[in-house]
Design a binder for this molecule. Sequence first.
Ligand code: DGY
Length: 322
Amino acid sequence: MSKTRKVLVTREDCPQAGLDLLRNSKCELTIVPGDYPSREEIIRAIPGHDALYVVGNHVNVNAELLDAAGPSLKIISTISSGYDHLDVPEIKRRGIIIGHTPVVLNAAVSEIAVMLLLTAARRAHESRLLLEAGKSERKPMWLLGQDVSGSTVGIVGLGMIGLAIAKRLVPFEIGRFLYTGHAPKKSADEIGAEFVSLDDLLELSDFVIVATPLTSETRGLFDDAAFDKMKKTAVFINIGRGAVVKTDALLRALKEKKIFAAGLDVVDPEPLPKDHELLTLPNLEIVPHIGSATVRTRNNMAIVAAQNLINALEGKPLVYPL
Ligand code: DGY
């Protein structure tokens, strides 16, 4: 880069590799102090910066924030694959470039999906609770789970992550893969998946996996009616975005045993309050949105986001533009 550019980093807790790459590329960094800076702190700090390096999805980038940034802002680079925290049409309308970090997290997120699927199917959380309570019953019909081999797995959103999950499940001898979305996809042939309607997928699947982004179409897609269509033995997994599911509907489905179990990496709201009823359910495996939280993956995401930012400022194509 020929001249020094001003970059606002939205929080302190950020992989060093991304910060180093920015600093080595003539970027002058303003890091908003603290791990959870408020929106107001970010808005106060942003005027006059050339670039915004969004560390995660903790800040909504909308017209108010863009107004505060002023005309110097050229690129918004988020260290995330998802971009529901960005008002993309508004940002683009202002001619600001957007970068994100897909692909590098596919393996980590799909590993979490498989972990949730196996632990929910085999009642890992419930087993642990019973052990801790000293209620170990060594009887043949105790803690029976659902079989993964021979099962039908339905994937809502067969994008790169949906496909990565399916490929990791193939060695478990899945009987049949189904998927739904806007239209059939060529990539489905790699796992022999059949394109079906959402209703068919819900009715036929033993495992329903949500791997779709949050859009106006997918918000609240899983409501009472959706859970009512699923098998009583079904296991529901969500590694997409929490708001694709109506949390109260999922709570009812699990409590009333409309479905067998669920495994969640994402939930609405995040973070889930510690006294939320979902956390009392033995048939729920839940982790706090850690799908991409491995050392290598987070470093790679930070590096890709930094490279997106640098490329935009140098007038070059981004690694992953939106
Ligand atoms: C993403 O990158 O969108 C992930 O959800 C973050 O973990």
